[in-house]
Every structure is written in C-alpha cells, then in structure tokens.
Ligand binder design. Structure first.
Ligand SMILES: NC(=O)c1ccc[n+]([C@@H]2O[C@H](COP(=O)([O-])OP(=O)(O)OC[C@H]3O[C@@H](n4cnc5c(N)ncnc54)[C@H](O)[C@@H]3O)[C@@H](O)[C@H]2O)c1
Ligand SMILES: [Zn+2]
Ligand SMILES: [Zn+2]
Length: 380
C-alpha cells in the first residue's frame, strides 16, 4: 500500500541540464512518484556542490537531459511500498544523502555504503535508480536522468536508505548541506582518517566540504587544525569553525608554515578538498612522517597527481581516498551533530538562490565567489 498526502501536483519545476553549452534551464516536468523502497520528498532546498560543476561543465560525462542536485532537505510527502520497517512517515522532515546505497549488494551488506557498486553503475553512470529506470520524465514522456535524487526540483524520489529524519530544531533550508558537504566531511574525518583525539590536521581548500572537515576535525578533538586555501576571504571565517591557524598558500609557502606551526614535524592528517594536482602536492608536502593524506576532491574527469615515491615509502605515509560516508550509519550521526550544534550548518550557507537562479549560482561557484555553501531555496 502506498501512503501519500493528497496534494501532490501532476507537474513540477526542475532545473534541467540538456546541453553543457547552455547550462541549467527551468522546465515543467512530471512530478516523480516513488516505487518500492523509496520516498517522495518535497524539496525545501538543495545545496550547490562543486561535484555538480564537473557535470554541468561537461568534464564528467552523464546522460542528458538530467536533473542534478544531490544534497537536499525537505518533507516526505509519499512513501513507496516496502518501507514499513524504516520508521519513515509522511510529513516527516528529512535530509537526503547524495550517496544512496542500494542496501542489497555485497558492500552494502557489510555496511560499506560508500562502495555500493549498483550506485556507481546505475546512478552515477546511467542516471537511474535500482530498477534501471529514472523516475523523471518530461510532460511528453521523454526520460530525464537523475544525478543522485535530482534535487534541483520541487520534488525528488529518494531511496529510503538515503534519508535521515531531522528533529524539530533543525532548520530545513540550510540542512540541505548535510547530505553531501557535511556527510563527506564526516566520512573523511571519521572513516577516511579515523582521526584520533590530539592529532594535528591540515585542510587544503576550504570550500563547502573543506569547511565541514575543519569543524568536524575540531569537534573530534584535533589538537591543531590548519586551514589552507588561496583565498583570504575563504580563510577569514575558519577560526570560527575551529581552525587554529590559516595559511594562504598563494602568498606563503604552506609547507614551511605548517612545519613552523607543528614543531618541524608536519601534520598527522592532511585532507585535500579540491581535486587538482596543486592541492594534492600541498597536502602531501605538509604531512608528517607516518601521516595520512585523505583526498576527497574529485578531479574534473581523469586527472593524475604527482606523488614523490621515495618520500611516501621511506616516511610510511598513507593516501586514503574517501568518498562520501556510510550513509545509513553516518547521515543520522551528521544530523545529530547538527542538531546538537556541533556541526554549524546554518552559517556555512552564505547565499540563497531561487530555482530560476540555479545556473547563475553555479557560475558563481565556478568563479570561486561562493563562501562556504550556496543553496537553491525552493521557497524563493
Ligand atoms: N569525495 C566525496 O565524496 C566528495 C563529495 C563532495 C564533493 N567532492 C569534491 O570535493 C571538492 C570540493 O567541493 P566543494 O563543493 O567544497 O568545492 P568549492 O568550490 O566550494 O571549494 C573549493 C575551494 O578550493 C579553493 N581553492 C581553489 N584553488 C585552490 C588551490 N590551488 N589551493 C587551495 N585551495 C584552492 C577555493 O578557494 C575554494 O575555497 C570537489 O572536487 C568536489 O567534486 C567530493
Ligand atoms: Zn556534493
Ligand atoms: Zn549496494
């Protein structure tokens, strides 16, 4: 039995990408409906992540037309069949995570949601959900593909595995950033680095994700958190998120400065949060002997970075890639940290765009004009 509220409209507005030369355009398409194991969310807001830029700019191929947007918060308006034991209800507010585990594959069975093979094969490569079909289509019936849940729309179908209920004290619009920026930050600190109390940390590139790494590393008890970026404006608020020092690597030699701040040792853990060779170099350069470098930045297509072979080997350094987090375990933890005030999700959101302004917002993100995170606010 499907449970729903009566007022779901037949059509909705969505920002559709048809041509990477043209960018996002708002269209009226059919409102999607949830199938087995899924919920329909009325989207309150969708965060604007750098990963979307790789698809919008054409650097990472994705089937088109598509609706992007992969970090949302909103209210459940319909339950598909087969979610009886999830505890999810119509009317409940939720955060939606970008990494939507199938819940059935070998990786999911062992709790490693971030390695879910069907997520990559079906959603990331084909833009569909786990029955091999998209839930989105134009009024004429042409399929429209989904990057994660296709969050840049008024409604989004999300597998029940990828939503976490948010308590009443959570402000839904900024809570949209929990499902990628904060989830990825949590995954990097908790899973990628397995950060321990008292360790020293550097975060290279403090955009939407990097800022969350700064605050979560600080909350996990890092003794020093050194924020590194090329923009003084991006660095300015970092001490408010728990950074103990900031370095503008365009003006200062980051390695020398980190060595000075750490008694000549370098940091135990360096996080890289942009995905270009220069930030990999910085993250490796500031690492202590035996240190762990945790890259979360995604390259614009196939990219390689230089790693000094003998230093890595002789200094027993590790490179520990980290993708998202274990959504089913970690998204509820992230929501809890936000609810408790440990993750400051409200101030990170520096700009609100309407759905019509989504294309303009991503251009500002590409031009590095966004502090923290911008969101598309569906009420505007
Ligand atoms: N691993 C994952 O699960 C995951 C999840 C989300 C995003 N990502 C990736 O993480 C990266 C960051 O995403 P975001 O949304 O935080 O990006 P963003 O655009 O918000 O931030 C990028 C930051 O990089 C800084 N920067 C630019 N050039 C630099 C340089 N040479 N050295 C240091 N800093 C520099 C900018 O000033 C800005 O603060 C992207 O590659 C994105 O695709 C990965
Ligand atoms: Zn993202
Ligand atoms: Zn799976």
């Amino acid at each position: 039995m499907t449970t729903q509220t009566p007022q779901i409209p037949e059509t909705m507005r969505a920002a559709v990408l048809r041509d990477t030369e043209v960018g996002l355009q708002v269209e009226t398409i059919r409102t999607p409906r949830p199938r087995a194991g899924e919920v329909l969310v009325k989207v309150a807001a969708c965060g604007m992540c750098h990963s979307d830029l790789h698809v919008i700019g054409g650097a990472i191929a994705f089937p088109l037309p598509a609706v992007l947007g992969h970090e949302i918060a909103g209210t459940i308006v319909e339950l598909g069949p087969g979610v009886e034991h999830t505890g999810l209800k119509v009317g409940q507010n939720v955060a939606g995570g970008f990494l939507m585990p199938c819940g059935q594959c070998e990786a999911c069975s062992s709790g490693r949601d971030e390695l879910c093979a069907p997520f990559f094969e079906l959603n990331r490569l084909k833009g569909v959900l786990y029955d091999g079909e998209t839930r989105l289509s134009t009024i004429e019936g042409e399929p429209v593909y989904m990057y994660s849940m296709g969050g840049l729309a008024e409604y989004a179908v999300v597998p029940a595995t990828a939503v976490a209920p948010t308590p009443d004290n959570i402000d839904l619009v900024p809570a949209s950033i929990l499902g990628c920026a904060a989830l990825t930050g949590y995954g990097a600190v908790r899973r990628g680095a397995d950060l321990h109390y008292g360790e020293t940390v550097a975060v290279v590139a403090v955009g939407g994700v990097g800022t969350n790494i700064v605050q979560i590393a600080s909350a996990f008890g890092a003794k020093q958190v050194i924020a590194i970026d090329v923009s003084d404006e991006k660095l300015a608020p970092m001490k408010g998120y728990g950074a103990t020092a900031t370095i503008n690597s365009a003006k200062t030699d980051a390695r020398e400065e980190v060595l000075r701040l750490t008694g000549g040792k370098g940091v135990d853990v360096s996080f890289e949060a942009l995905g270009i060779p220069a930030t990999w170099t910085t993250a490796l350069d500031v690492l202590a002997d035996g240190g762990r470098m945790v890259p979360i930045g995604l390259g614009a297509g196939v990219q390689t970075a230089g790693v000094e072979i003998n230093r890595t080997v002789r200094r027993s350094q590790s490179i520990l890639g980290s993708y998202g987090a274990r959504t089913r375990q970690d998204l509820p933890a992230v929501v809890d940290l936000a609810s408790e005030g440990v993750i400051n999700y409200k101030e990170i959101v520096s700009q609100h765009f309407s759905l019509e302004q989504a294309d303009e917002g991503y251009k500002a993100l590409r031009d590095q004009k966004i502090q923290g995170r911008a969101v598309v606010d569906m009420s505007l």
